[in-house]
Ligand binder design. Structure first.
Ligand code: NAD
Length: 369
């Protein structure tokens, strides 16, 4: 019997609604009898601020450090627009990423055949698409110092952000990308701007060295980040794994994501370094936010959240067969024409958040029957 400890942080807005559907799937797995998930629930974001005056408590952080995986919903909403900056809902998310050392952000862009028509690109360009963007998450221009606005007088100001990378940061993200490519299509595109940025020159050098020394069986292509954006919308299926820095990754992963239809379909994983026992800290969350415009109305699509849980099964629990089963259940439900509002198409059946959860559970039942 395999046992895993999960920390469940639903957060705010639709975070709580979509997490309910993951809770049901976890209960279902526990009932099957060969895996046990021990789940603790806690508050994060605005919900934590309302209860404790901060976006995540030290006690919750301690649980996150001990868990095999953190399953995170979404945070934020207009209710907390005016809370102090350091206690804003997003501060909970940033603390989790920082304290758990989650330097690798994995964002798959998978186009389910049943949804290919809803992409903004032609069906044949996206049908069967399966790309993984590996984004460096804890370095680069979002964190580099100095980062400031200086008042120059006479109504003039100077703003500075600093793009900064050290060898070890590029080395470890490159290893994650090559390692994952080895389990997929064995192709890595490394995207940077070495033509105009020194960090791009170092990025290119370190990725090439890691490739030569440890992963020569994987095909490596270097690509300028702006060309990568163009190629993503021209012929996205040429890519398998794309590895890139924090800023370019933020943008390229949003581009790739939109090829597949709705925000409500997009999962993500954030991984840290492996410890001496090979255990990796990890957090799994949908790409979307707390969607205050539809919260509490049963309209949220729970698939991004459920697919994030499937990534936890794959990457933190080593349960590939179970992860495949969840992914298959989702694909089958879409094939049956069941749709939440965000992915609704003519002739399909509109269902609520909990009805989508029930349909996926029913499919899981069928798959094990
Ligand atoms: P959002 O992702 O919450 O919503 C954008 C649009 O997509 C909305 O119209 C929403 O209804 C729709 N949408 C998102 N997820 C959906 C789902 N699962 N099913 C159906 N429709 C869905 O982004 P936003 O509106 O810019 O931000 C709302 C709040 O969320 C803000 O407070 C923002 O700071 C926060 N936010 C949090 C995270 C996070 O927790 N990781 C990420 C992004 C935004």
């Amino acid at each position: 019997m395999s046992t895993f400890d999960l920390l469940i942080l639903p957060g705010d807005g639709i975070g709580t609604e979509i997490m309910t559907e993951v809770d049901r799937i976890i209960t279902w797995f526990n009932k099957q009898g060969n895996i046990t998930f021990n789940c603790e629930h806690d508050l994060v974001g605005g919900a934590a601020y309302d209860a404790h005056g901060c976006a995540i408590t030290d006690a919750a952080m301690e649980k996150a450090q001990k868990a095999d995986a953190v399953i995170f919903g979404a945070v934020g909403g207009p209710k907390w627009d005016d809370v102090p900056y350091e206690a804003r809902p997003e501060a909970g998310l940033l603390r989790l990423r920082k304290d758990l050392g989650l330097f690798a952000n994995l964002r798959p862009a998978i186009c389910y055949p049943a949804l290919a028509e809803s992409s903004s690109l032609k069906t044949e360009l996206v049908e069967g698409l399966d790309i993984l963007i590996v984004r460096e998450l804890t370095g680069g221009v979002y964190f580099g110092e100095p980062k400031e606005i200086t008042d120059l007088g006479d109504g003039q100001k100077r703003a500075v952000d600093t793009q900064l990378y050290e060898t070890y940061e590029i080395d470890r993200i490159a290893r994650v990308a090559f390692d994952l490519a080895g389990k997929r299509g064995s192709l890595v595109h490394s995207a940077e701007k070495r033509n105009v940025m020194k960090t791009g020159v170092l990025w290119h050098e370190v990725v090439s060295k890691v490739h030569q020394e440890s992963f020569s069986d994987i095909k490596l292509e270097h690509i300028l980040a702006d060309n990568c954006a163009m190629q993503l919308v021209r012929t996205p299926k040429q890519f398998d794994v794309i590895v890139t820095d924090n800023l370019f990754g933020d943008i390229l992963s949003d581009v790739a994501a939109m090829l597949t239809g709705s925000l409500g379909m997009l999962p993500s994983a954030s991984l840290g370094a492996a410890d001496e026992n090979g255990k990796t800290k990890a957090m799994y969350e949908p790409v979307h936010g707390s969607a205050p415009d539809i919260a509490g109305q049963g309209k949220a699509n729970p698939i991004a959240m459920i697919a994030s849980f499937a990534m936890a099964l794959r990457y933190s629990c080593n349960l590939s067969a179970e992860a495949d089963m969840v992914d298959k259940a989702v694909a089958n439900v879409l094939d049956q024409g069941l749709r939440t509002a965000d992915i609704m198409q003519d002739g399909k059946q509109l269902i609520t958040t909990s009805e989508m959860g029930t349909a996926i559970l029913n499919e899981l039942e069928d798959l094990v029957a």
